[in-house]
Design a protein around this ligand. Structure first.
Ligand code: ZN
Length: 280
């Protein structure tokens, strides 16, 4: 049966306890939530951490603690962010994946305005360095596409052999300053990438569910979680990321497919499993 890789993004950089008291922010909370999502069927955990006040952070110690707590309990594929906030130091952004060697890390393939008052900077020298260091550490880039031009940036790094092909893409639809979360945009982006790529997508906020249905219909992989959306339905907060995983599992089953186990996800995405056993 055809498999769908399900990523859970439990935390993100921006979701606050004011928005939902259920978002996990501390290493123990995040690890508990990831483990529960793994048990419910998630294949990959996309990890962000926060500082002690809950602010966006790339604090290495927090990543180390979170990753070790997860690795002690399960073999879910780990995908560490390399963009845990805005305006962060380049070295801080790269240290977690260089030292903890997850199988995947995010590669945000270009810069853009972030909303109407700030910018999300991923400069050409940074991206070149990021790609090279991921390669040296056996970490596969998850190429995050917020806007169509980023697909062409990725093509440049593939041609320069900084990013290996076939590549894995994550379409981020509905970020402030990026492409809107519409089915038309998803179809457009999906048709831009090389045919041998793997891809996943999600819509932010209320477009989360329509994009999830469209992604399944188009044969993509899925991402759910409180990084992207905190409401299970209109006005109803999800009490756990597990609720999103359970719903995705139901949709995948209804369409006649199955969620991929972590090992199946490794095979589908061409990941380097040895990285997942580097723990401690
Ligand atoms: Zn993220």
């Amino acid at each position: 049966m055809e498999k769908v890789v399900l990523t859970v993004a439990t935390t993100g950089a921006w979701t606050t306890k004011d928005q939902t008291p259920y978002v996990p922010l501390h290493p123990e909370e995040i690890a508990d939530e990831v483990y529960a999502c793994y048990q419910a069927g998630a294949s990959i955990a996309h990890i962000h951490v926060r500082d002690d006040d809950g602010n966006p952070s790339m604090d290495y110690k927090k990543f180390e603690k979170t990753v070790n707590l997860i690795r002690d309990r399960c073999d879910i594929v780990l995908n560490l962010t390399s963009s845990g906030g805005l305006g962060l130091d380049d070295e801080m952004r790269m240290r977690p994946f260089m030292e903890l060697k997850p199988e995947l890390a995010s590669f945000d393939c270009g810069s853009m305005n972030w909303g109407h008052s700030t910018t999300f900077i991923n400069s050409p020298p940074f991206l070149e360095e990021l790609g090279q260091r991921m390669k040296e550490n056996g970490v596969k880039p998850e190429i995050e596409i917020f806007d169509a031009g980023m697909v062409y940036n990725a093509e440049y790094y593939q041609k320069k052999d900084i990013i290996d092909s076939p590549s894995h893409y994550q379409f981020v639809l509905g970020a402030p300053g990026g492409m809107a979360a519409t089915v038309d945009n998803l179809v457009f982006l999906k048709n831009l990438i090389p045919k041998d790529s793997t891809w996943s997508a999600f819509g932010i906020g209320k477009m989360h569910l329509p994009i999830q249905y469209a992604t399944l219909a188009l044969g993509g992989h899925l991402r759910v979680g409180m990084e992207d959306n905190v409401y299970y339905s209109k006005g109803v907060l999800a009490k756990s990321n597990v609720e999103f995983v359970n719903r995705a599992k139901r949709l995948v089953t209804e369409i006649g497919k199955e969620l991929a186990t972590p090992d199946e996800a490794r095979k589908i995405l061409g990941l380097n499993k040895q990285n997942s056993t580097v723990a401690n």
